[in-house]
Design a protein around this ligand. Structure first.
Ligand SMILES: [Cu+2]
Length: 149
């Protein structure tokens, strides 16, 4: 019985013991005449406590948060510089590039569960209309995927 209790205890705290992971998103300016100004991947699922390194591979990209869960903090990279963001609070984060958001250069990070899905969708509909001049269908598949969760 004691062994069972010990095992249950360790299974319960296992997620807390797991080391925080570091993920990577690349900010890409040019890949081909048809693949311009995007984040790769443009959707990333991480766990609370994980970090994401946003690597600026070319151009003067400047990644920044544009939508965050309540209580989280906004962030903005230095112009042309890679940055690392640690996500502690659960929910959906939307980020873009200061210079190329007009071309639909934006992405989504989901931390844990999508607890703020409705607020994020409402924000994004408005944000896309006033920000994206090109590639308006970017990130459409992200919302479809989140609703299936
Ligand atoms: Cu950019």
């Amino acid at each position: 019985m004691k062994i069972v209790k010990t095992a249950v205890f360790f299974i319960a705290i296992l997620p807390m013991l797991a080391p925080a992971a570091e993920h990577q998103i690349n900010a890409v300016g040019y890949r081909s005449p048809y693949e311009l100004m995007f984040f790769e991947p443009d959707f990333l699922r991480v766990e609370p406590g994980d970090s994401v390194r946003i690597v600026v591979t070319d151009d003067d990209h400047q990644p920044q948060s544009v939508f965050i869960p309540e209580g989280a903090e906004h962030w903005q990279a230095e112009q042309g510089q890679s940055t690392t963001v640690t996500f502690t609070q659960e929910g959906i984060y939307i980020f873009d590039c200061v210079y190329h958001n007009v071309m639909g250069m934006a992405g989504v990070v989901l931390v844990g569960r999508p607890v703020n899905l409705e607020a994020a969708k409402a924000f994004f509909d408005d944000y896309r209309n006033r920000t994206f001049a090109l590639n308006k269908d970017r990130l459409d598949n992200v919302w479809t995927g989140l609703e299936r969760d």
